[in-house]
Design a protein around this ligand. Structure first.
Ligand code: PMP
Length: 424
């Protein structure tokens, strides 16, 4: 029987929570857990970048002078380094500027303004464009849709990825559905890894739109938090095999490998889609920052270099994730007030509080000086219909600060949750 099932116990629990909350506010904390940013210590791991490529060194393996214009597809050595991690053949991978979000933005804009391979017309010329949005999901994906007037259709996440029966039903009947957002490994925010079956069904499903695209945002491809380095199935290969070669747009970046603001981003797809993007990109740029790409290739060296570097991130991140999970267990375990994910990688923990309480928890935390990602951010238009999901980003604060903030947060969960129970 959960704690606090009779009225008397609940009023005691509420009183204790109120007292704890007053103490929390009096402590005058000031913590920011809003975004999944690497900590300064993580950024320091790539300090060697600052010395590279080094005086007088500016030539790529193929003789390209990286200081000059050109090379729209990016340096071959940088593409070769990430081709396997992103499951894209090197000749179908593009290395670009520092932000994969920028590439996603550009793909949407180009699809709106220029006809995609396999499309009958530009998206901008169609009356209605919609994307499937697995929820909970990444707020910046949803912000892109909102920005361009793309209707968002939520689809629930399961332990294996989006609910595929729902996805298949929707894309099969509605030609306005042009895409789906997917974070296939260690997803933002719930840490889900798509099963092989999900990947196969995404590749094989029949879509009413001939120009349907999967925005496969593999932002956390190498961001493991345990000894188990989770592998997912190869979507691009599965799409080609299923006779839908142009269906996948693969994205990734080194934002959470080297420097979040000064890394290298990637786009991978079919030859036809790559040509389409290159043709569009050739109008907006004469070539990417190849000096930064050279610097990254020299710093990370090879696949083992990337893995060793990610192990160093893990050494900094894993204790933070464990601290959060330990405090949740200690403070909220057995209360029936919350459930949370234990991700094997990525940057987030999802905390689920009783329906109708997430906004209140975030408000209480904010008033106690603990800034959290706004409740609802994990859903289209910032509206979580259950008002239950809170995204926790443990990476940035120091371990002690983080522990203090999370303890404070659990007080807010107890207060909001028990108040709601008391109100009946
Ligand atoms: N995709 C996902 C799922 C993310 O969580 C993030 C960072 N929070 C990004 C993309 C941003 O990537 P980038 O820095 O390459 O623009």
């Amino acid at each position: 029987m959960p704690v606090g099932t009779n009225a008397e116990t609940i009023s005691t629990l509420v009183e204790t929570a109120r007292r704890d909350y007053r103490e929390l506010v009096d402590a005058g904390l000031s913590f920011d857990l809003t975004r999944g940013k690497p900590s300064p210590e993580q950024l320091d791991l790539a300090a060697g970048l600052q010395e590279l490529p080094g005086a007088g060194r500016h030539t790529a393996a193929n003789g390209t002078d990286c200081r000059n214009y050109g090379g729209l597809q990016g340096l071959p050595e940088m593409r070769a380094l990430f081709a396997d991690f992103l499951q894209v053949p090197v000749e179908q991978l593009l290395a670009a500027g520092n932000s994969s979000l920028e590439l996603m933005h550009d793909c949407l804009v180009h699809a709106l303004l220029s006809v995609l391979p396999g499309a009958e017309s530009r998206w901008a010329d169609q009356e209605r464009i919609a994307f499937l949005c697995p929820v909970p999901g990444y707020d910046r994906h949803f912000a892109l849709c909102a920005r361009f007037g793309i209707e968002m259709i939520p689809v629930p996440m399961t332990a294996d990825g989006p609910d595929m029966s729902e996805v298949e039903r929707l894309v099969g009947e509605d030609p306005a559905i042009k895409g789906i957002w997917c974070v296939p490994k260690y997803s933002n925010p719930d840490g889900t890894c798509y099963s092989d079956e999900t990947v196969r069904r995404l590749a094989e499903m029949s879509t009413a739109a001939p120009d349907f695209r999967i925005f496969w945002d593999n932002a956390y491809a190498v961001h493991h938090l345990t000894d188990e380095r989770v592998e997912i199935a190869d979507l691009l290969g599965a799409c080609a095999e299923a006779g839908n070669p142009d269906r996948a747009f693969v994205f990734g970046s080194t934002s959470k490998i080297t420097w979040a603001g000064a890394g290298v981003a990637f786009f991978g797809s079919s030859p036809a889609n790559l040509d389409w993007l290159l043709a569009n990109n050739s109008k907006r740029s004469i070539g990417p920052d190849k000096v930064n790409q050279l610097r990254h290739a020299l710093f990370l060296k090879d696949a083992d270099g990337v893995r060793a570097h990610m192990d160093r991130h893990r050494a900094l991140l894993q204790p933070k994730f464990e601290a959060v999970l330990g405090i949740f267990d200690e403070e909220l375990g057995g209360t029936g007030l919350a459930e949370w994910t234990s991700p094997k990688g990525g940057y987030f923990i999802t905390l689920r509080v009783p329906d109708g309480c997430a906004k209140e928890v975030v408000r209480l935390a904010g008033e106690a000086g603990i800034a959290l990602t706004p409740a609802g951010a994990t859903h289209p238009h910032g509206v979580d219909p259950d008002d239950a999901v809170i995204r926790i980003a443990p990476s940035f604060p120091g371990l002690q600060e983080l522990a203090q903030a999370i303890r404070g947060l659990t007080t807010c969960v107890r207060l909001a949750g028990y108040e709601k129970r008391l109100a009946g």
